[in-house]
Each structure stands twice: as C-alpha cells, then as structure tokens.
Design a protein around this ligand. Sequence first.
Ligand code: PEP
Ligand code: MN
Length: 682
Amino acid sequence: MSTHKEEHEDDVAQIRDDIDRVDAEILKLLAERKAFSIRMAREKGIHDRPSRDMSREEDLISDRINSGMSHDLDSGLVNRVWREIINDSVRVQQEFLGRSDSLPGSVTVAIQGIDGSYSHLASQQFFDSKGITPSYVRSATFADALRAVQEGVADVAMLPVENTTSGAISEVYDLLLDSQLKFVGDVRFRVRHCLLGVAGASVNGLRRIYCHPQAVTQCSEFLAGLDHVELVYFSDTALSGKRIGEVNDPTVAAIASEEAARLYGLDVLKTGIANQEENYTRFVVVSATPAEVPDGVPSKTSIVMAVGNHPGALMDALAVFREADINLVMLESRPIPNNPREELFYLDFDGNISDPVVQSVFDSLTKQLRFLRIMGSYPSRDLRPRPVEREVARVEPKGLSALAAVAPAATPKGYKLGSRVHKAQNTVIEVAGVEVGAGEMIMIAGPCAVESWDQVMATAKAVKEAGGSILRGGCFKPRSSPYSFQGLGYEGLEMLVEAGRAYGLPVVTEVLSPDDVEGVAKKADILQIGARNMQNFSLLSAAGRAHRPVLLKRGMSSSIEELLQAAEYILAGGNQQLMLCERGIRTFETSTRNTLDLSAVPVLRRHTHLPIIVDPSHAAGDRDLVAPLALAAQAIGADGIMVEIHPNPEEALSDGPQSLRLDQFGTLMGALGFAPAAGGAG
Ligand code: PEP
Ligand code: MN
C-alpha cells in the first residue's frame, strides 16, 4: 500500500527525470546549432564574407523574442539567452576563420556602421592601396569599434576624426584619449553625399529623410531648401539607406553614399548635395600595437598635449616645432571633461618618432608641458609637400650652463624625464592659483581622513586662516588593518571638495586603485599616491594618464632612486605635473613611527627638477614632534610641508596621535612665517 507521501516522492522524481531529459535535448540542439555555425564559417571563409552581421543578429533576436512570446516565455530571458548563443557562435566562427585564414597580411577592421558606410568605404580605399582585402567587425557605436580592438576581436579600427565641413568629431577624440590604442595610419576620404530613395521617389515628393547628424551638418544648405521634410536620425549613413529600402515608401529618402545605393538596391535621387563640393573626412587607423615606420617613408606623428594656462604657453610649445623646422599639419583643441580650466591640444606633424630630431622635440616639450601623450607615428599620404629640403636644425636642450651648476652626482638609473639631466630648471606646478615649486614654500594641511562635514569645514577654515594653500583629506584610506576605518569614499570627496571651495583651497586626496583615478580626478585638484602604493605600477600608470597634478609619497622602505623610478612611470604616462613627498622611512629606530629622512630633500633636489614636499606627521607619529620637524624641513629647502590637523584629535578615526589641534597648527604656521589670511568662507 503506497502512502500519500510516497506518491508525492514518485511525482517529484518523475518531474526531475523529465527536466533532465529536456536539458539533454537543449544541449543536443545547442551542439547541432554549433555544427551549423561551423558550416556557415566555412561558407563565409570561401566567399570572403564577414564573420559578423550585426543587423542580421538584431533581426534574429527580435524574431526569437516574438516566437518566445507565443510560448509565453519572458522576452528578457529570450533576449539574454540568444545574445549568449549568438556571441558563442561568432566566437566559434572567428576561431574557425582564424585557423583557416593563413593569408599573410589579412586584417580584421572594426568600423562603426554597416557595409556602404563611409568608414567601410574609407577602409576599402586604405587597404586596397596595400593590396589587402580586410574582413570587418561592424559595430553600432565608435566605442564598440574601439572595444573590438581592445578585446582582440579586430586588429584595427577605422575611425573618423575630422571633416572639412563639419570639423572635429569630438566623440572620437575623447574615446581615443581614454583608450590606450596607437595611431597606425590615416586616410583622407572624399565623402560624396547623395540623396537616395526607393523606386518612384522624387525630391519634391519627400516627407521624411533618414540621416546621420554629421551628414545633416555637411548638407545643411541642400536640406534648408526642402520644405516640410522631417529628419529622422540614424547612427550610420548606410544604415539609413538600408532602412528606407525596407520601409519602401517613396516619400522617405536617405543621405548616404552611392555605394550604399548599389548595395541596398536604391535609386540615387540627387548627387553632390554637400555644402562643399570638396568634402573630405579624415579617418585614423588605430591598433593595440604601434606601427613601425621604416626610415625615409613619409610619415606623420600625432600627439595630445596640455600646455598650462599662462600667457604664451601654447606659443612656447609650438615654437619648439618651429625651432626644429618641423611642419605642423593639424592642431585641434578639446576641453578636458570636468576640468574647465584646462584644454587639450591634438597636434599632428610631419615626422617619425624614431627620428632623433623628433625625439629632441619631445624632450623639450616634456620640460614645459603639463601633459604629453604620443598617439603614434605612421606612414601617411596625407602630408603637405615641402618645397625644398633644408638642413634640419637640431634642438639642443636649453639651460646647459644651469645644469653644470647643479650637476647630479651620478647619472640617472632607470629614469630620465624626472632627472635634472633631462630638465635643468625646476618644475613649477600651478593648481587653482597656487604655485608649488616656485620658490615660496607652501603648506598643505587637513585631517588624515575626512570624517564628517563639520570636521572638514572647521579644518578648512583653520587652514585658510593660518595662510595654508592646499586642503588635504583622505577619503579612501590605505589602512594596515582591514578592521580600521576605511574612509568615506566618494561621499567624503564631495565634502572635501565643498569645504575647499568654501575657503578657496584646492584639495588633495589619496587614490588607492587604478579604477578610481578617473573618478577621483573628476573632483580632486591633486591626486595623492600613498607610501604603500609607491610601487603600484598600474596605479602609477593610471595617474600618468590623468590630467591632474600628482603627489607621490616615498614608500616606507624605498630608496630615493626607487622613488624617482616610480615617478618616471607617471611622467612617461604623459603627466608632467608631479611632486614628490618624503614622509619618513623604516629604520631600526623605534622612538618615532618612521624616521624622517631630511637628507632626501637636498639629494632629490640634486637629481630632479620636481617639487619636493615633506610630511613630518606620518614620519613622527607624534604631534609634539611635528613642529620641530616642519621647521627643519623649511630650513633644508622643501617646496612644501604637509601636516595632519584635526579639530578634536582625541576622537579622530585615524592618526589622531600625530594630528595637530587647530590652535597648535596656527602656532606652527606663525613659527614658519606664514601670514594669516582674513578668515571666513569665500
Ligand atoms: C596620508 O597621507 O594620509 C597617508 C596615508 O600617508 P602615507 O601614505 O605616507 O602613509
Ligand atoms: Mn594619516
């Protein structure tokens, strides 16, 4: 006799068996689908067709979603599952094509747009001239095209950067700056916009035009002459053409290339509709690896630079090119997001990185620029011919006599840009009206960690009133123990920045991870890299790409040479706005938290042009020792002092014992000779 319970268990077992059977069926079907993918790859390989067709993929997914709904399946689930299936099948196909594709010089190009788009046509022109028939990864956005290269799905991306009518394509410039990709080529492509329609369409009968915003700008005069026509925007000219073919309505037209008309079976209603007959777009080819340009091949080099905002800064930078007799071909400016005081300049010139003259230009530039990134050298057909070949003047580093006066004891080992050999004059860092390294010592002060609004406001007031220049405060704290207070993060940063703004003080805060550099740089005026991270090389490289000055602290067990080598990572990354900080090192001495190595100041001064800051607080670990050490740092010639202060050190969440009370800080400032400023929030 079977009980009710036993029957129930039988049912459950049966259902489990059924589910197993269905899953086995699903797996068998997935394997079958994969076999078809491989067959398709074989076909694509033979007929040289692209391995990915984005618009077919989108159509397929919407079809599956529709069928899924008729089975009562959730559209989100179907969407997610089929995207995974398609991604896998693309991977399988590409692997297959990669193995079967042994043609030398074959290349996969990522473009934004579909076949017949200008990026596609420009790629054909570029690679035709090299005898290469590329395969394509067609992306919906510029960012996706770049990602395809970064992820190794494509070898290069072909991206438009400027047009003779509509100007710079800033979105692409901003993406390129963010990426680590190198320029390996460029091509000037003649864009011939046409008005395309389906059979039976005429210019006068149009009600709607599908178009790309760039095409609208470039054809604005023609479009202004059309009455009652609605513009519908598309991300790609060829796609707008393809869509009107699908819509098949004679009142709907598109602006695209003649090639797109041919590909999608459309009529050309009118050619040459651009404002300028000579309408060119320049595309750059970018890759994860730099191009090697043989000597003697006419080439172009692209750089990005930030010059600082004193009068004549840009002129001084450009003068370096004039002195070296180098031809500039393009100069374009872009604001730095979240940093309205600064501007970036994109600059192209005739020349090759491997040329010693170009090298010496870079040497001179790094001495005066705030930021320099070399995007790459590449062969170019897009160069202006030079009338006569002249003797090329060499740029000799200036200030050789000054260098002799402060000749370093040893030649720099493992660093160059930070050395006095490279740059004899001291670097001055200007940040929101404060100059560091200009000869007058500055004070950086604030709490170890930002703890509350009241705490940081009271501290900022004290810093300002005593004549301090920069407000410090940790938001991301590198604590030796995971159980200690870790900081308030971005919320703390908001408070710090607000307090700095209220009292007219730029702020410095520590950044712990490469991922946070961009986010912290959006808000903080100076990025601090702490002692524990002095040799965190990915963090150093990320700070090298930032457009904010960096304060790099000496590691507690690092030599001065190692500090200079760590600094080199930041300078070599492009960022020339760097100051170094001595904060005490570990010795056998235990009566202080660390031993303040004051001799580091003159030793660094001898070897480097970078400003030198001394932090007596972390060295001493004891507030009573901070004032005498600060006075000694001043005497030995530090460019700045950084101290920790707190309205109520006994209750500080970190480093209370070494934090000065606000009145003690006022007394120290007096002893150092700082003149008090008129108080009050500004
Ligand atoms: C700090 O300045 O807050 C700090 C953590 O210092 P260091 O990296 O020198 O220990
Ligand atoms: Mn601290």
